[in-house]
Ligand binder design. Structure first.
Ligand code: FAD
Length: 413
């Protein structure tokens, strides 16, 4: 039988499994009988990874505020992430990675820990996988051997170019083209809001080819590729536009079969979408930790802020939101690690659930902290700016709901 208690109420016993979470507030512990041992616990190798990621996050705490304001790579964050070797998690073992194939649960757990400290750090880690996964699963042996070991060591920075100035969710309307001419691939177009733009060493670019869409690896130094910064965004994110004018690359730079690029984009989403949920859980937890610390340290009307008016309800509802989001996120990530495509619906639910929860939690945390939640450069302000775009990128909430509803109705008897 499973008994739910809180750490604050019950001393740990030998049958108590420590939950895979951290922070300053009391957490639910799951006491399990022997036959259910580990039902809700992460296996040891993920706990070890979580410890590594938390250590890196703590190491970056002193530079996180600076890095989250940067519009290009922070050299110290890059140095520390490189030294941690955590980017090995996003590449298959055969090319210098940690896991035989890229493991959604591992990526999710790392992102939860990193995003709680710095969006810049989390994005630098996550994009290495998002920008290179199409090579891992669809690239030629030559492309894999040339680029993946460098991605694993953070010697080459990856980026994924899908969005265009007039095309976002409706990706099939894109207008960038690739044609094969005189033994070369020639790419023309404009990619917009590209994470790592300007700092990336290569761009995996989605372009029309004939009646289909192909992915092409374009090195940053290719003649005809240039970077523009038309937008300053509130999200703490390195981002720019990538313009491609008559850019020539070898035919071998096509990633996968001609016209089959969309399948690789879908494979990337299926594997990495749930990791956005992990990052959102990390952001929400960090915000609540700030709010709890503030509420405990302050008094108003003769009582602790933590007991005043609707503050206790805000605190408890944030905690509930986070535990629900984390449970679904870990379940979806574990399912995705087994079979990402078959479990995309769970990853999508986790992404929507956790990012919407993070938005609520961060907003309530600001409310609890009053004016101190609004201070520029404060931790909560950074978390606020980090949470907002999560509901837009890698599938907006509305677009995901639309496809979940279609699947639900289609599969109903
Ligand atoms: C911080 C950040 C980083 C990014 N990094 C990258 C990157 O590295 N590479 C890249 O290619 N792109 C990147 N993007 C772009 C991102 O992928 C797009 O913003 C996203 O696809 C949504 O497109 P859009 O912004 O054009 O919104 P639109 O697609 O124009 O949507 C606008 C609104 O309409 C709603 N909507 C649209 N279609 C539907 C529908 N069918 N049903 C219901 N509602 C709908 C949306 O939910 C949204 O509310 C990034 C964006 C941000 C904010």
């Amino acid at each position: 039988m499973i008994q739910f208690t809180t750490m604050a109420e019950t001393a740990p016993s030998h049958s108590t499994v420590a939950p895979p979470v951290s922070g300053r507030i009391a957490r639910t512990e799951y006491k399990v009988s022997d036959d259910q041992q580990d039902l809700f616990a992460l296996p040891q190798r993920y706990l070890d990874l979580q410890r590594e990621a938390r250590a890196l996050a703590a190491e970056c705490a002193d530079i996180a505020a600076r890095a989250d304001e940067a519009d290009s790579f922070d050299p110290d964050v890059r140095k520390r992430l490189t030294a941690s070797r955590l980017t090995e998690v996003v590449v298959p073992a055969a090319y210098g990675g940690r896991f035989e194939k890229v493991d959604s649960l591992a990526v999710t757990i790392v992102r939860e820990a990193l995003a709680a400290e710095s969006a810049h750090l989390d994005s630098m880690f996550g994009m290495q996988g998002i920008g290179s996964y199409c090579i891992s699963v669809g690239g030629s042996e030559e492309l894999k051997a040339e680029w993946l070991p460098k991605v694993a060591r953070l010697e080459a920075v990856a980026a994924l170019g899908l969005t265009e100035p007039h095309v976002g969710s409706d990706l099939k309307a894109l207008s960038t083209t690739v044609v094969e001419r005189d033994g070369k691939l020639v790419v023309d177009g404009h990619k917009s809001f590209i994470t790592n733009g300007g700092d990336a060493d290569f761009y995996s670019i989605l372009a029309r080819e004939g009646d289909g869409y192909s992915l092409v690896l374009v090195p940053a130094g290719a003649p005809g590729l240039r970077i523009e910064h038309p937008h300053q965004i509130i999200a703490p994110h390195v981002l720019s536009d990538v313009i491609l004018e008559n850019v020539e690359v070898p035919v071998g730079n096509r990633i996968g079969e001609p016209g089959k690029g969309f399948a690789l984009v879908l494979a990337t989403l299926a594997t990495f979408r749930v990791s956005v949920a992990g990052a959102a859980v990390g952001v929400a937890q960090a915000a609540l930790d700030e709010a709890v610390a503030h509420a405990k340290s302050r008094e108003g009307f003769g009582v602790s802020l933590a007991r005043l008016g609707s503050v206790p309800e805000h605190l408890a509802s944030c905690w509930t939101d986070i535990e629900m989001a984390r449970s679904l996120t870990y379940r979806a990530a574990a399912a995705s690690a087994r079979d990402a495509r078959a479990n995309l619906h769970l990853s999508s639910m986790a992404k929507v659930g956790a990012t919407e929860a993070a938005a609520r939690v961060v907003d309530r945390s600001v409310q609890i902290m009053g004016r101190f939640g609004l201070v520029r450069g404060g931790k909560l302000e950074r978390l606020y700016r980090e949470a907002r775009p999560m509901r837009i990128y890698e599938g907006s909430t509305e677009v995901i709901f639309d496809s979940l509803a279609k699947q639900l109705v289609k599969e109903a008897p």
